[in-house]
Design a protein around this ligand. Structure first.
Ligand SMILES: [Zn+2]
Length: 372
């Protein structure tokens, strides 16, 4: 909705906690949510952090019902986990893991009408803080956004766990977070995800998010490679999770995410992470919004320094027809897409050409830097 909303609106989780012992101290922050929790995580994450979280909650007298996450944030998976939650009369839902686990658990909590606590084990997306989920088909294609009345009550990030995750996750989170300001600054007259206009605060948050990524992104990525919890890593984890989360939800999305959603129709991109696809979407949006070569190079420099993909080939799409790219553009221009928040002319043809232009700009940058 553009040019009709008059109220400004800002929304956020009630509490955000981040630090190297956050999981050990979780009972302090989760205790007020209830006695019985449903914990959803995949097997790998459960072994890394779930068992420790469960024992610290149980020692504090709480009951934990563990449900193994099956890998896709789909309507079917949400219904399955919801049933188990209802049978066990859980008082709140804990999401432990990456973006898809988080998006599933937030939807489950909403359906059960109970609070959620989000404990990301990677800083790979800005999903933790928002009151919406991105849902996919069971085959991994973008399905729809699902909106909830409440943001998660608690978001708790244990940086000792995040630091041990492969650095690719942090890099993908940087890709997702880098889109935040690029998108928010172009959509100040459009309603955000809460249905209101962006506040000055949302604009300040997304600008600060970008500033931190340019200052510390590369350093944090290198720290993550050796598992070191440095101030740079702490800053980028906060930028990827809190600043990007608040910035996109109350600031608004535009073409980078709409093109991401279109890209999910290309099968090879299913192996790539959300933030990696969004990253290429950001390059497309810069082209679409007529950014100067200096500006585009500044972004490409940061992106390539943390190994983010800047071409379709780097996203695994090594051969693609114009017809297939046209379909991506068509999906990016679907009636409910965030691309319509932009003030410039948008149609399938314009978007198709921006994608081709982004591919060319990305390739030429890689060639110039000797990366191709
Ligand atoms: Zn995103």
């Amino acid at each position: 909705m553009k040019n009709v909303v008059t109220e400004k609106l800002f929304q956020s989780p009630s509490k955000y906690i981040q630090g190297p012992s956050a999981i050990k101290n979780a009972p302090i922050y989760l205790g007020s949510l209830g006695k019985t929790a449903l914990l959803t995580a995949d097997d790998v994450v459960y072994k890394i952090a779930g068992a420790a979280l469960t024992s610290s909650l149980e020692q504090a007298g709480m009951k934990v019902v563990y449900v193994r996450f099956n890998g896709e944030a789909s309507s079917a998976e949400i219904a399955r986990v919801q049933d188990i939650g209802a049978q066990n009369k859980v008082e709140y839902v804990i999401a432990l893991g990456g973006g898809k686990t988080i998006d599933t658990a937030k939807a489950v909590a909403d359906k059960l009408g109970v609070p959620s606590a989000v404990l990301p084990t990677t800083a790979s997306t800005d999903a933790p803080c928002s009151a919406l989920s991105v849902l996919y088909t069971p085959h991994g294609e973008f399905d729809r956004y699902s909106f909830f009345n409440k943001n998660p009550t608690v978001v708790l990030v244990d940086t000792s766990v995040v630091a041990k995750a492969p650095a690719r996750f942090l890099s993908a989170g940087i890709g997702d977070a880098l889109a935040t300001h690029v998108e928010a600054r172009e959509v100040r007259n459009a309603a955000n995800f809460g249905g209101g206009l962006p506040t000055l605060l949302a604009g300040a948050i997304s600008a600060r998010c970008e500033e931190i990524l340019f200052k510390y992104g590369k350093l944090a990525y290198e720290s993550n490679k050796v598992g070191a919890i440095t101030p740079a890593l702490e800053a980028v984890v906060e930028a990827n999770t809190l600043l990007s989360g608040l910035g996109f939800e109350s600031g608004g999305l535009a073409a980078a995410h709409a093109i991401h959603n279109g890209l999910t129709a290309l099968e090879p991109t299913h192996k790539m992470m959300h933030g990696e696809k969004v990253n290429f979407g950001t390059v497309c949006q810069l082209i679409l919004c007529n950014a100067s070569v200096e500006e585009i190079d500044r972004y490409l420099e940061l992106m390539t320094s943390v190994d983010l993909p800047v071409t379709l080939a780097q996203l695994g799409v090594t051969s693609v027809t114009d017809e297939e790219l046209g379909h991506v553009a068509e999906l990016a221009c679907a009636p409910n897409e965030t691309i319509w928040n932009l003030d410039c002319v948008i149609n399938v043809d314009v978007v198709f050409n921006a994608i081709k232009g982004a591919e060319a700009a990305g390739r030429s940058f890689l060639l110039k830097k000797g990366l191709l």
